[in-house]
Design a protein around this ligand. Structure first.
Ligand code: SF4
Length: 437
């Protein structure tokens, strides 16, 4: 079976195939309050289980958002996409958690913990604050004991062959690397421990390369539930007790189902099941979530399965992958404004070989990294973006003028960020909840 490798350098360009092959659902921004450009323009293209967060937003109920940063290189404008989503969810009331993945950086890239701290603060946290992130919990994996403990404890529900199948680990993989995905499971799920806000829908905005982590985390969350809710092999929809004191849980479940308005219940105590004959598969999530309180009386490790949104990768300015290790491929948030502007002026476009040809045939914005910059970062107004696209296609806009406009906008953006970053320096401590900096 095909496998997505979260540590690979490959760019994913066939998103439809990925969605089909890995069961990722299409993201639909309609109904969300004032969705940001990333959502409106399909840059966030897919999700896994987002319905729960959508319901929390609609019902004004608590939910959380978690993201991580890899403190091994500078933050580029492609990384900003995640922060845009985090800030959007924060504006809707989400509790925000940000993990500095210093354990993962150490395990997979050999980055020392001291260096990780410096990179995290200088390249990421200051920029997050400068971009407008409000106070939240930013923590280092290595310093948050609950995360590491949870990774270890929840790891009991996954075996070596599953880890090899998911991540392609081999005999040569070091054990710290083997453990690091479980630390990430700890990252995502610890926000639902009582001391961090309790069970609630949690969204993790990621690139599609992180889907293996999401699937593993969701599987582990499911494996710890004491009930299975769904359709059995005989086609009947039911609530099945799979752990804990069966008799007690069964009667709690019966009460929960009646409270939800279900009356056609067939309780079979010998098999620890309640068939719900007036429910449909669409009721699964609602019933599963309603059972959580009963389960948590018997286990501390009961979680609402976390969900993910998946965004497209930004193309590198040189045409390949945008990468921290290829300086000309990306505008870094810590670039001097004139450096960022120069990179944009040198970027690969969808223009023709000559101005004459471009006037005649028009450009190809879909193949242009400068247009991508407008769409992802520089132009918030959809009508304005459409004007650029259509002028490019019609050949009335030429690449020279277009790049000039983009490079000036990038320089302006970086300049503003630069000064806000310096102002942010005094605030870092408010965000770093477990010391550091
Ligand atoms: S005119 Fe602008 S959008 Fe069109 S190809 Fe040239 S740089 Fe890209």
């Amino acid at each position: 079976m095909a496998r997505i490798d979260p540590w690979a350098k490959k760019q994913f360009d066939d998103y439809s195939r990925l969605m089909e092959e890995f069961g990722i659902q299409r993201f639909d921004a309609s109904g969300l309050p004032d969705p940001p450009a990333l959502f409106r323009r399909g840059i966030v293209f897919g999700h896994r289980g987002f319905e729960r967060v959508r319901a929390a937003i609609e019902g004004r109920k608590p939910f959380a958002v978690l993201t991580g940063l890899m403190p091994s290189g500078p933050m580029h404008i492609g990384n900003k996409m995640v922060m845009d989503q985090v800030m959007y969810f924060q504006s809707l009331g989400a509790d925000v958690f940000i993990a500095v993945a210093d354990i993962e950086a150490y395990a997979t890239r050999g980055v020392s913990f001291e260096r990780a701290e410096k990179v995290a603060v200088e390249n990421y946290i200051l920029n997050y604050i400068a971009l407008g992130l409000k106070p939240c919990q930013i923590y280092f994996q290595s310093r948050r004991r609950a995360v590491k403990d949870l990774g270890y404890i929840l790891g009991k529900k996954v075996n070596w062959s599953a880890m090899k199948a998911i991540y392609g680990f081999s005999d040569d993989t070091n054990m710290a690397h083997v453990f690091s995905p479980l630390v990430q499971v700890g990252d995502v799920l610890h926000v639902q421990l009582e001391e961090y806000g309790g069970p609630r829908p949690t969204v993790v905005p990621v690139g599609v390369d992180q889907d293996p982590h999401i699937r593993l985390t969701r599987d582990i969350a499911h494996a710890h539930r004491l009930f299975n809710v769904g359709t059995a092999r005989d086609g009947r929809f039911g609530v099945f007790v799979k752990g804990g004191p069966a008799g007690e849980l069964l009667s709690r479940a019966e009460g929960v189902l009646r409270d939800l308005g279900h009356t056609k219940l067939d309780v079979i105590a010998n098999y620890n099941v309640i068939y719900v004959d007036d429910a449909s598969p669409g009721d699964e999530v609602r019933i599963e979530d309603a059972l959580i309180d009963a389960e948590r009386e018997h286990s501390r490790y009961i979680f609402v399965p976390p969900c993910a949104t998946f965004h497209r990768f930004m193309t590198g300015l040189t045409g390949g992958k945008m990468s921290s290790s290829v300086p000309e491929s990306a505008v870094f948030l810590n670039d001097e404004p004139e450096v960022g502007a120069r990179k944009v002026r040198a970027a690969k476009t969808g223009g023709r070989v000559s101005a004459e040809e471009q006037r005649r045939l028009g450009g190809v914005p879909e193949e242009c990294t400068v247009f991508e910059m407008f769409a992802y970062l520089l132009v918030d107004d959809d009508r304005e973006l459409e004007e650029i696209r259509s002028a490019c296609r019609q050949g009335t806009l030429l690449c020279g003028a277009c790049k000039r406009r983009a490079s000036e906008a990038v320089a302006e953006f970086l300049k503003g960020l630069q000064s806000r970053r310096e102002e942010a320096r005094d605030q870092v401590k408010e965000y770093l909840v477990e010391g550091g900096a």
